[in-house]
Design a protein around this ligand. Structure first.
Ligand code: SF4
Length: 313
């Protein structure tokens, strides 16, 4: 590798299948119901540019289902919703198109089944994140219990009723390494706990973290394109820092200042699963104009995941 000013592109990066599907669902709903108001509950994916683009096409984003008028059309975001939101959508006679990522939906199904059985669950995830709220909201059995922990320290607050009928699930966009450590701690405390072989972290999160870890080892700085509220983008920045590299999370090239890249020969770029590729192209163009003429792809992308559209679209 040369010492000339180089851009290292982490591979894979950017859009995952769940995000592509969610955005496509909103676009198809817009197309199918032209002239009608289309609501989306929460940001369909956590990216400022995606949301602004859909707003410019007329989409109305709301944070509470009660803001949506009776009988309207609504799309649920890729992060999924709680059972309570589904009930309220029915009460308001909303026409629902569900853009919940099928990987999140799989975790929902697991939680609903365990709730019916009255078995307890420890969920590893970030309090307040929409995906976590939606997953916790699948557990309805008052005789069981579902407990949220962010890390092993939180386990001291958990009071399990029956450690032999205990399971764990995880948010899909966590740090792979931190979550493995947390699961190890949980298993020490509850040796009979049931769970998947690995965490529920999705293929896209795992692949992007692995790619950024590799590129961070040879770069002088890592730029992660993604929004501040994007969980998987934040994790990419943390993984890069954990690999010993300076790293920044930026919405687009306009967030970049000259002093950040001053003296850096090798600039690595990755994008969170909700970051459109055109933002990365803009960043590359910006850096080319700053003298970074050499571009290298690091890693290979062999992702073939594809999800079906919901019925009616
Ligand atoms: S990051 Fe993973 S869980 Fe989230 S939408 Fe993409 S594929 Fe689905």
């Amino acid at each position: 590798m040369s010492d000339t000013k180089t851009i290292l592109l982490a591979n894979p990066r950017g859009f995952c299948a769940g995000v592509s599907r969610a955005i496509e669902i909103v676009n198809r709903v817009l197309n199918k119901y032209q002239g009608q108001k289309i609501y989306v509950l929460h940001e369909v994916v956590h990216n400022k540019h995606v949301v602004m683009d859909l707003m410019s096409k007329g989409v109305i984003f709301v944070e509470d289902i009660n803001e949506i008028p009776q009988g309207s059309i609504v799309v649920f975001s890729a992060h999924g919703v709680s059972d309570d939101v589904l009930v309220r959508a029915k009460e308001r006679s909303l026409a629902v198109f569900d853009a919940t990522c099928p990987i999140v939906e799989k975790v929902h199904r697991k939680v609903r089944k365990l709730s019916e059985l009255g078995e307890e669950i420890i969920m590893i995830g970030h309090k307040g994140h929409q995906e976590v709220e939606g997953t916790l909201g699948q557990y309805l059995n008052p005789n069981g219990g579902m407990y949220l922990v962010t890390n092993a320290q939180d386990l001291s607050h958990v009071q399990v009723k029956d450690p032999n009928k205990l399971h764990f699930v995880t948010q899909t966009t966590l740090s792979v390494d931190e979550t493995k450590q947390c699961i190890d701690e949980i298993k020490k405390l509850y040796p009979n706990i049931h769970g998947p072989k690995g965490p529920d972290i999705c293929y896209a999160t795992q692949n992007r973290q692995s790619a950024v870890k590799n590129v961070a080892k040879i770069a002088d700085i890592v730029l992660v394109v993604g929004s501040k509220n994007s969980s998987n983008s934040n994790r990419l920045k943390e993984v890069a820092i954990g690999a010993g590299c300076e790293a920044y999370l930026i919405d687009d090239y306009q967030d970049l200042s000259d002093d950040i890249i001053e003296g850096k020969n090798k600039i690595a770029i990755t994008g969170g699963a909700s970051a459109p590729e055109y933002l990365i192209d803009d960043l590359i163009e910006y850096l080319i104009n700053k003298g970074y003429k050499n571009i290298e792809e690091i890693g290979t992308s062999s992702e073939k995941q594809n999800f079906l559209m919901p019925k009616g679209l």
